[in-house]
Design a protein around this ligand. Structure first.
Ligand code: 7UC
Ligand code: FE
Length: 282
């Protein structure tokens, strides 16, 4: 492959069996954050195998998302065939990074769009390393020594078996299975050395000062400054990544937040996802 620098880099003729191409892909993902491998057309096993070349895949904790043959493949799908549903519809329609609510978030995400809507296609991305860099000196100082707490609570999907369960019981289950996690608000990316402002509109429920006290106004300021609040557009570059069925999209989940493009008139949409931990601990 012959990559050109820049977020949303497009690579033609990527060979998943070439160690050289895979090494180049790995380096390019950390440098350019998003790489689109055009026209790869991998089957589900080949897609998972590509994930394994970038790290150790981890299956999503909720089985409803699993591909029937490969539990490490997460299926986002609104297609029902013969009364049978595979995967979960309408995933990720809010700013987040994958598994931000877990103690060990994913390092790299790969997606393989299978059925792409005609309209409202693509995924939006914001680079939280670039936005940290662009913060005012005052805001940079204000986040120093703070922590952020993340939870899936607002975006946990009600499962078919949850019908008629009281919401309090469901909330208790969510809190027991996925207790909120607290991390430094800013951390250093182990591959690029960049400082990343690690907050999202979807998963971050609070920011605490060094004294442990919640700072709701600071969280709001950070979400505004990183372009994640509707109604505060303009200042932050948002990248729209489009793709075709058969492409593979790979991104650096440590430094980007993303959200699926909304569609009010539902068109069929299906994609596979593999998420991996790379070799570096952070
Ligand atoms: O259905 C979804 O939107 C899934 C979301 C709550 N979590 C995806 C992830 O990897 O964090
Ligand atoms: Fe996601």
């Amino acid at each position: 492959m012959t990559p050109q620098p820049g977020m949303g880099l497009v690579a033609e003729h990527f060979d998943p069996d070439s160690a050289e191409d895979v090494q180049l892909l790995r380096k390019t993902v950390y440098r350019d954050k998003i790489v689109l491998l055009r026209g790869l057309d991998l089957d589900v096993a080949g897609f998972l195998a590509l994930g394994r070349r970038l790290g150790t895949p981890e299956a999503y904790y909720e089985p409803a998302y699993h591909h029937p043959e490969h539990r490490e493949v997460f299926v986002s799908s609104n297609v029902v065939e013969g009364g049978q549903r595979v995967g979960v519809p309408k995933t990720g329609r809010f700013w987040h990074s994958d598994y931000q609510f877990m103690p060990r978030p994913f390092d790299i995400t790969l997606t393989s769009p299978r059925v792409v809507p005609e309209r409202n296609r693509g995924t939006l991305f914001i680079d939280l390393a670039k936005t940290y860099e662009a913060l005012s000196p005052e805001l940079k100082k204000a986040v120093e020594g703070t922590t952020a707490t993340h939870t899936v609570r607002r975006y946990f999907k009600i499962r078919p078996d949850d019908v008629f369960r009281p919401v309090c019981e469901l909330l208790a289950e969510i809190d027991a299975k996925t207790p909120p996690v607290t991390m430094p608000t800013v951390y250093e990316h182990p591959h690029t050395g960049e400082r990343v402002l690690y907050v999202s509109e979807g998963f971050t429920e609070s920011v605490q000062g060094p004294d442990g006290r919640s700072r709701p106004e600071l969280l709001r300021e950070l979400l505004t400054a990183t372009g994640q609040l509707d109604g505060a557009p303009g200042m932050v570059p948002v990248h729209l990544q489009t793709f075709e069925a058969g492409d593979v999209l790979v991104w650096d989940n440590r430094s980007l937040v993303h959200r699926a493009v909304h569609t009010d008139t539902p068109e069929p949409a299906v994609s596979w996802r593999v998420t991996v931990h790379d070799a570096v601990e952070d």
